[in-house]
Design a protein. Sequence first.
Length: 113
Amino acid sequence: MSHFEAKMSSKGQITIPAPIRQALELKDGDRVDFYFDPAIRVARMRARNRGIEDLAGSLGDVDPSAGTPLTPRSIDDAIGASVGADHRRIVLEEREWREFRAWKKRHSADAAE
């Protein structure tokens, strides 16, 4: 995992380091989501810059559960499900990271004894 640093301005603004902007293909006006875990003081960022053309074909031509053509409502549901899945994945990864850190701390303490 790479490490980058940024400094916050007096207005609370932080410049996202160039390698991260490039990797996430962020452009002026793109939106990002932040997920914060206060227990370990960690924030994760998720880019929301994919256009509708990036989703082309990802939903198929029909609603798989009903076998009917997709409607605007089912597209909204599919997008909502995708965002929800991303959120659940991020929460799970954070929980696993906390558990790993706790295990590592216990393991280090046992080795020191």
